[in-house]
Design a protein around this ligand. Structure first.
Ligand SMILES: [Zn+2]
Length: 296
């Protein structure tokens, strides 16, 4: 996906254009851009750092970026030329989270929007309720003498979980090296995250008692929890944090629908409020969202 402005092609989250706009640092948005020095880029400071980007930073008169929620540094882009406004949202979240402010809805003529949850089945419970459910379940199990692990994407969701556990449950979780690395960049941008890196003396000490840990999604499984139960001689429960858990079953003891994307009603609201006459979708075909445009 792309747009042309000032005679230049702006590539949205890929390398095939004169300039690439990198909406955020998730790997599926860094197509061909990582570690490349010659590329001209539009991206936030946070995205440069989280995504290990080395391109040349450029700015154009017709281009503005706005926060997109989702993860640290995520931006949506507005291109305005000859009175025509194009918006590409990247992955977007319009509700506030413990880390990011909800994205502003931008008015435009052409809208390219994240349709990850572009299906009416995806309506998330209120954010505060999900946070409090996570905090309660963790506290209850640690009090019962169990270990608890939760699966999360190591950039974005993991940092959100650290913050939820810190502020809603006064829990300092053990995290992987990769989660710790991304967390230190969050920290640099003013997000305080209390965590303990696995493999350190401090982690060894903490693991003598019931502990909470954030693990990569692939490890959030009952068999992995069973291995930990055996290794620590203490029951270990597994959980997962993803919006997909609204509709899919995971091999875990508990699933939390914590999402850093818009759910279906929020996408619908964005589309309607933007006033867009032309719609395109990323991360999904948007077949349930397209009729919204026709009905306006
Ligand atoms: Zn993303």
């Amino acid at each position: 996906m792309q747009a042309v402005t000032e005679g230049l092609t702006i590539a949205f989250d890929h390398a095939n254009g004169d300039i690439s706009f990198v909406s955020h640092a998730h790997s599926d948005h860094l197509n061909g851009l990582k570690n490349k020095k010659q590329k001209k880029l539009i991206a936030s400071d946070e995205t440069f750092e989280l995504g290990n980007l080395y391109g040349e930073r450029v700015s154009l008169k017709s281009v503005k970026t706005f926060p997109a929620g989702h993860i640290l540094g995520a931006r949506q882009i507005l291109i305005e030329e000859d009175g025509l406004r194009t918006v590409y949202t990247g992955d977007i979240c319009t509700h506030n989270t413990v880390i990011t402010k909800g994205a502003e809805i931008l008015s435009c003529d052409r809208l390219i929007i994240d349709a990850t949850y572009g299906n009416p089945a995806y309506m998330f419970p209120p954010y505060e309720e999900v946070c409090s459910d996570i905090a309660k379940w963790f506290k209850m199990n640690l009090d019962l003498g169990n270990n608890v692990i939760i699966g999360a994407y190591e950039l974005g969701k993991a940092q959100e979980l650290i913050k939820i556990l810190n502020t809603c449950a006064a829990i300092i979780p053990i995290v992987t090296e990769k989660i710790d690395h991304f967390s230190s960049i969050y920290q640099k941008y003013g997000v305080n995250l209390e965590r303990i890196k696995v493999g350190t003396d401090e982690a060894e000490e903490v693991m003598n008692r019931p502990f909470a840990a954030i693990v990569p999604m692939r490890q959030a499984k009952r068999y992995f929890a069973a291995r930990l139960s055996e290794a620590f001689g203490r029951k270990t429960l597994s959980s997962i944090s993803t919006g997909w858990s609204i509709n899919f079953r995971y091999d875990v003891d508990k699933a939390f629908p914590l999402s850093d994307h818009c759910d279906f009603p929020a996408l619908k609201e964005y589309i309607e409020a933007s006033g867009a006459k032309q719609l395109e979708f990323l991360q999904g075909d948007g077949k349930y969202l397209n009729p919204i445009l026709n009905a306006i």
